[in-house]
Design a protein around this ligand. Structure first.
Ligand code: PLP
Length: 384
């Protein structure tokens, strides 16, 4: 690795694998390499023991039962399985889905795909603070609504939607409720019973676990949720997700979730303080706007739009000092304005001049002070 790399503040995009997570994974590549479905010999049992332990940890983290956890390749696959799987299983009872304009593309694109198959989808707007309106949600339900999908925490602006209230509204109407919790898990408390969540997507690489592994929680009782499999084959994961289980990655997901849950409260306090410190540095600039609700947001996320600058110019100016992204996933020379920032009612110009700061475990106050100074100076020099 090069000695002088920029400060990493892109933890809403991905995080490094924790060394403790890696240590837990390694024996499952070499020693415990058996197929966890091979239950006729010790090699299979060893691998299965690792998978079982991870399944228990992941289930406990969200107050679920281990049999309700389906391992997937990440949150994209979990969202696809939840949305397309429910659509297919329940289409005889209705073909209407409700979601939100600010969802991740891994929710929006499956919904658009279903529209092409004849489903109808309501994309709820958000207010200027990024929150949906519960009365607008109430009005959106139709007799043929089968699914509501609302993310727990937004990946660009960190906004936390009122998941408990949405869960109750869905339960009252006997509509299935899915939440994409890729950003929320390990950052804010999640309880599928108390919040009346029927399906929940997660991914390891946003919480110091490996890339390429995640899970979908599928409620088995009160009500028993049906999901049509999207991958057919050996019948692993109770038939919901065929394919030989990726044992080392599953063990890594379990270990990462365990650590994230253990340190959640302390980390939220630390990162929330550093995030506020960063905003304190930046809010001295004129024409800077905080995107998303000021308090109902992830502790590790700050997202701002800055008037009168070109976002791509600012990012390239800062590149050697800090690793950041703009609001949108695309960070080409002329990025398309983010659909999330646009949904807040910001102009195209402001949506293009957006910076997303994703703080992580190792972020220090000294780094925040350095970044605050670098961004302020960068803005001033681009404006002059
Ligand atoms: C990262 C992310 C995803 C995609 O997760 P992968 O595991 O990379 O497929 C989906 N939804 C949200 C909210 C995310 O932050």
């Amino acid at each position: 690795m090069s000695p002088q790399r920029p400060i990493y503040l892109d933890c809403n995009a991905t995080t490094p694998v924790d060394t403790q997570v890696l240590a837990a994974m390694l024996p499952f590549f070499t020693d415990y390499f058996g197929n966890p479905s091979s239950l006729n010999h010790a090699y299979g049992w060893e691998a299965e023991a690792g998978v079982k332990r991870a399944r228990e940890i992941v289930a406990a983290a969200i107050n679920a039962d281990p049999v309700e956890i389906v391992f997937t390749s990440g949150a994209t696959e979990a969202n696809n399985l939840a949305i397309k799987g429910v659509a297919e299983a329940y289409m005889a009872g209705g073909k209407h889905i409700i979601t939100v304009q600010t969802e991740h593309s891994a929710v929006l694109d499956p919904c658009r795909y279903l529209e092409s198959l004849g489903f109808s989808v309501t994309y709820l707007p958000v207010g200027a603070d990024g929150l949906i309106s519960l009365s607008q949600l109430a009005q959106a339900f139709r007799p043929d609504t089968i699914l509501v999908s609302v993310m727990a925490a937004n990946n660009e602006i960190g906004v936390l939607q009122p998941i408990s209230e949405i869960g109750q509204m869905c339960r009252d109407r006997q509509v299935i409720f899915h939440t994409d919790a890729a950003q929320a898990l390990g950052k804010v408390p999640l309880d599928v019973q108390a919040m009346k969540i029927d399906l929940l997507s997660m991914t390891a690489h946003k919480l110091y676990g490996p890339k390429g592994i995640g899970a979908l929680y599928v409620r088995r009782r009160n009500p028993r949720v049906q999901v049509a499999p999207q991958l057919h084959g050996g019948g692993q994961e109770r038939g919901l997700r065929s394919g030989t289980l990726y044992t080392p990655q599953i063990v890594g997901l379990g270990e990462a979730v365990k650590l994230a849950v253990e340190e959640r409260a302390d980390m939220a306090e630390k990162l929330g303080g550093l995030r506020d410190r960063l905003w304190h540095h930046l809010s001295g600039l004129s024409g800077i706007y905080l995107n998303g609700h000021p308090t109902q947001r992830l502790p590790n996320n700050l997202n701002v739009s800055i008037e009168g600058i070109n976002g791509a110019d600012l990012l390239s100016q800062l590149r050697s000092e800090v690793a950041l992204s703009s609001g949108s996933a695309c960070s080409s020379a002329n990025p398309a304005p983010s659909h999330v920032i646009k949904a807040l009612g910001r102009s195209d110009q402001l949506a293009r001049a957006t910076l997303r700061f994703g703080l992580g475990r190792s972020t220090s106050a000294a780094e925040i002070d350095q970044v605050g100074k670098a961004v302020s100076e960068g803005v001033r020099s681009l404006r002059s």
